[in-house]
Structures are given as structure tokens and as C-alpha cells.
Design a protein around this ligand. Structure first.
Ligand SMILES: [Zn+2]
Length: 483
């Protein structure tokens, strides 16, 4: 006997059952047995000639039978067949009475209501839906605006950041007068202006192992718009543990990714990436940059998936990683498989509660990160004010800038020699071991690596400029542009 999972739109033909069993040695036989048991279903998924309709995909366990043996694919006891209709019209269970649409809402959503796949009931589902946005930044901006406009009834936002001037290039939910305001307040004001009936929950916290389950539990699905690995793993694990779909998106420079994790038997983030990259290997948007338009594209793919999941229509982006290349203007799709060895969603789970994600991702603890305001100068470091004094005194020393040439063109410290970090090891032999060497970059991270390279090679007098050229712009030369 094989188990056949019935998707929501087809359950009206199987006596509202979400799973039924049917016997057969092949997929074709199982479907034959299923449809003789439920004749109404037969008309939905087979043509008059008995062929599977083209808008229905059948998966044997996690594999599409089109890539196996089609109808003749052997089906064994304990196998699971899933029927996945690509477009499913109509609606299923009526939403509760209290989400009945008002006259004003019927007018507001009229362009939805006249699509048969949405209709009044679909709009009621949107109104009853509860969605959590993790982050009100680049991805959260289009998500917040469009989900509010589409009529999602309740949207929670997790964010504790304030709007920064450098956010405005892409985070279109925030405007120039919002700089310095909480992102939560700025985003909520725009969303509320679009849709006054929207209920917004503001969660002004950093999502953590302590609070994540409590925050996520009240929502139907979670949209991940974060920009760091610890939070990605945290959101993933919390979604798997709670059984909530995780609508994922990520962006870097000209490229983006999107998929839906932790959805009804589909893979999770850990199935794709069991372990995070070593710290520092994958730069963040702040370090590597991002095309301002890119989060719009990826955020709207996430918004589309969110609305489809709420309505129960179409084929969700489950088990497929969508890759977007803005420069080539190409979309590619990779098949994602659920990993039976996955520590959080596999057969032998070792993660059954939330863990310490900073430690898991190798992120330095806050105590060793440079504080934002008061910069502490440790051994092997130099403050920008001291650097300026050193220059003014005419001290003999070598100043090296390890940023990239396009960064050097934005701003530079007079007298600095440009050697990008990637080329730095090749130049080590050119330096004098007795020289007084000072190295800087944008914020002090890359130059710390360059200092470490020199120290390993036996250079005793090497110092890193704390806070990099940004600190120089703050404390020494306020006319210098920051980036
Ligand atoms: Zn997994």
C-alpha cells in the first residue's frame, strides 16, 4: 500500500482526507486504484483518454515521476505519492465568519476577487493570515509593502535596527526623513498608510534562541529577510520545530536566491547547507555591496510565494532553489532534496531544541567586537587620532590601504599605499622587517587580516587602524565621504 498525499484543492474529491492509501505495484496502478476509489478525483487529474493532466505533477516520495519511470515507476509499500497540481482553482474550507469582507474591502480587493483562483474566499484567507517578517531591511521592504497591499490581515515584524542613510538605496519602505528612526516604526507607518485595516505586531528584539519559538508560534508562516547566518539557522530550526513554512530569500551584489523551506515534507535550510561557511568567507551586503534593485526582485518572489501558500494555489517553490542573476538576467532552478541525515528535519534528529547560533556560526561574542561608540585601542592597534598626530609629527612609517581600487577612488588617506587584501600576501617580501607599518581598510576587519599575515611572517612593528577610514572620516576629516 502506498500513501497518497492529497493537496488542499483536491481534498473536496476525497471526502476531505489529506492522505489516503491505495494499492498497486506501479505509480500508475496506485493512481488507478485511488481514482476508482474516488471517481470525482479521476476527472480532475486524468484526461478522457486516461492520461495524467499536464497541470498535475506526481511525486514518488521526493522525486518527480517524470524523471523516474513515469506511470511505470515501481511503488513499494510505505512509499508516499504526492499530487501537486500547478494551478488549482476554487477553494476549500470556508474561512471563519469573522473574516467576512466589508463593503470597502470588496472594493479595495476587487482586482483579486475577479480572479477565480483568489475570489472572495481567497481574499478571506489573506485577511485571516498571520505572517512574520524577520527583518525590515532590503527584503523586508518590498515584502512589507506588497503583503500589506495584498490584504494579509496580520503582519509581525522583527527588527531592532534604525534607518541608516546607506539603507535608502534599496530599503524602499524607508524614506529620507526616516533616517535615525526605528525601522519598525518607519515600516509600520508606510504599511498602515497603504492598508489601515492591517494589524501590525512590532517585535523590537534581536531574534534569539530564547525568544524565537515564542514569537514565531503565533504566525502561519515566516519570511526570512535577515542578512546573517546565525539568524538564518535560528529561523530555519525554529520553523522546522514548529512546523511552519520558511520563505527564504538572500541577496549579494547582483545575485539572489529564493526557496521555501520546511514546508510539508520539503527540505530545510540545513538540508541545503548543513554547516555555515567559515566566518568572514561570505561577505555581507555591508561588506560586499548589493545592487539596490536586487532585494526588490527577490523580496517580491518571497511575497509571491507567501501569497500562494496562503491561498493554497499554484506550485510552491519547495524543493527548488531559484537562482537569479541580474547581470545575465537569468533564472535557474536547482532541485533541492530533503536530506535524510539532516540534523533537524532528518530521520535521526540530533537538534530537537534551539542552540547557540552565534557559536554554531563561529561569530565572535559581542565582548570582543569593537564597540560602536567608544573605540578601544588594543595592542597592535592604532587610533585614527594618533595616526594623524604621527603624520603631523613627520614620523617615518609605512601606511598601507588594503581596500579595493574602486573603494580607494571614493576616499583615501593621503600617503597611503594601495595593496588590496587579495594581493597582499604576494607583496610581503617587499616590506622592510624593521619598518613601522600601519595598515587600514574601511572599518578595520580586512586590515586586521593583513596585520596577521605580516606578524606571521615575523614583522614586529605592525599596527591596525581601529575603525578604518570610516573612523578617519568621523574623527579626523569630516569632509571625507563615507560609504
Ligand atoms: Zn533539513
Amino acid at each position: 500500500m502506498a500513501k497518497v498525499l492529497i493537496p488542499t484543492p483536491l481534498r473536496q474529491f476525497t471526502g476531505k482526507q489529506d492522505a489516503v492509501t491505495a494499492a498497486g505495484a506501479t505509480v500508475g496502478e496506485v493512481l488507478g486504484a485511488l481514482t476508482s476509489q474516488y471517481p470525482d478525483l479521476r476527472k480532475q487529474i486524468f484526461t478522457e483518454e486516461g492520461k495524467l493532466r499536464s497541470f498535475v505533477n506526481v511525486y514518488l516520495n521526493d522525486e518527480d515521476i517524470r524523471y523516474l519511470g513515469k506511470d511505470a515507476t515501481p511503488a513499494a509499500d510505505g512509499d508516499t505519492l504526492s499530487l501537486v497540481p500547478s494551478i488549482a482553482g476554487g477553494s476549500v474550507a470556508a474561512p471563519p465568519e469573522e473574516v467576512a469582507l466589508t463593503k470597502e474591502e470588496i472594493l479595495r480587493y476587487s482586482r483579486h476577487l475577479i480572479i477565480p483562483e483568489v475570489g472572495i474566499e481567497g481574499q478571506q484567507k489573506l485577511k485571516a493570515a498571520k505572517v512574520l517578517l524577520v527583518g525590515a531591511g532590503g527584503l523586508g521592504a518590498p515584502l512589507g509593502l506588497y503583503l500589506a497591499a495584498a490584504g494579509v490581515g496580520r503582519i509581525g515584524i522583527v527588527d531592532f535596527d534604525v534607518v541608516d542613510f546607506t539603507n535608502l538605496q534599496r530599503q524602499v519602505i524607508h524614506a529620507t526623513p526616516d533616517v535615525g528612526k526605528k525601522k519598525l516604526d518607519s515600516a509600520a507607518a508606510k504599511m498602515q498608510a497603504i492598508n489601515p485595516a492591517l494589524r501590525i505586531d512590532k517585535h523590537e528584539v534581536a531574534l534569539s534562541s530564547e525568544n524565537a519559538l515564542d514569537i514565531l508560534k503565533d504566525y502561519d508562516l515566516v519570511v526570512d529577510g535577515t542578512d546573517n547566518f546565525p539568524t538564518r539557522y535560528l529561523v530555519n530550526d525554529a520553523c522546522v520545530l514548529l512546523g511552519k513554512p520558511n520563505v527564504y530569500g538572500s541577496i549579494f551584489r547582483f545575485e539572489g536566491q529564493a526557496t521555501v523551506f520546511a514546508y510539508e515534507g520539503g527540505p530545510c535550510y540545513r538540508c541545503l547547507y548543513p554547516e555555515p561557511p567559515p566566518p568572514g568567507l561570505v561577505p555581507s551586503c555591508a561588506e560586499g555591496g548589493v545592487l539596490g534593485i536586487l532585494p526588490g526582485t527577490i523580496g517580491l518572489i518571497q511575497a509571491t510565494e507567501t501569497v500562494k501558500l496562503i491561498l493554497g494555489i499554484g506550485t510552491p517553490l519547495v524543493g527548488r532553489l531559484l537562482l537569479y542573476d541580474a547581470l545575465g538576467m537569468k533564472f535557474r532552478e536547482l532541485k533541492l532534496r530533503k536530506n535524510p541525515e539532516c540534523p533537524v528535519c532528518g530521520d535521526h534528529r540530533t537538534i530537537t531544541k534551539l542552540i547557540d547560533y552565534d557559536q554554531f556560526c563561529g561569530v565572535p561574542q559581542p565582548s570582543v567586537q569593537p564597540p560602536a561608540q567608544e573605540t578601544q585601542v588594543n595592542e597592535g592597534e592604532i587610533d585614527v587620532v594618533e595616526l594623524k598626530a604621527k603624520m603631523d609629527r613627520g614620523d617615518k612609517f609605512v601606511l598601507i590601504d588594503v581596500r579595493e581600487p574602486h573603494e580607494y577612488r571614493i576616499c583615501n588617506i593621503p600617503g597611503a599605499q594601495l595593496i588590496p587584501l587579495g594581493e597582499f600576501p604576494r607583496h610581503v617580501a617587499e616590506f622592510d622587517k624593521d619598518a613601522d607599518i600601519v595598515i587600514h581598510c574601511r572599518s578595520g576587519m580586512r586590515s586586521a587580516k593583513a596585520c596577521a599575515v605580516l606578524k606571521q611572517n615575523g614583522f614586529p612593528r605592525v599596527r591596525n587602524v581601529v575603525g578604518g577610514i570610516l573612523a578617519w572620516a568621523d574623527k579626523v576629516d569630516p569632509t571625507m565621504p563615507k560609504y
